[in-house]
Design a protein around this ligand. Structure first.
Ligand SMILES: [Fe+2]
Length: 122
């Protein structure tokens, strides 16, 4: 079995035993555990936090995007060698309840990778 898929969204299979390809691709999420509805907060997304990913003309992180549950809220294109795959989005959520922050990135050679963090909106 291949370590990654170009046809499906890749995720870390075991956080206590990450493979090198998982360490290089999973987008790390830094965000508060709880926020207030309608108040802006920051979400930091970092690819390569656990192991540096190449940033070369033929191998780089092409984009990083953010969804709240299934709703798209932010997206950025990155260009090889000149931009590092670390972005900070300032967002707000208007409705209360448990939400899922979903970060995805796309590597031109290794496909789409996803990470998630649950957040409580009061
Ligand atoms: Fe890659």
């Amino acid at each position: 079995m291949s370590e990654f898929s170009l046809e499906e969204v890749n995720k870390v299979k075991d956080w206590n035993n990450m493979t090198d390809i998982e360490k290089k691709h999973v987008p790390a999420i830094e965000a508060p555990d709880k926020v207030k509805a309608g108040e802006a907060f920051d979400v930091l997304i970092e690819v390569g936090k656990y192991m540096k990913h190449p940033n070369e003309l033929n191998h780089w992180i092409n984009w990083i995007g953010l969804w709240i549950d299934k709703r798209p809220v932010a997206f950025v294109n990155l260009y090889p060698t000149v931009s590092e795959p670390v972005v900070r989005f300032r967002i707000k959520i208007d409705s209360v309840g448990k939400k899922k922050i979903v970060a995805r990135e796309f590597c031109n050679l290794h496909g789409v990778w996803q990470n998630e963090k649950e957040i409580g909106v009061e």
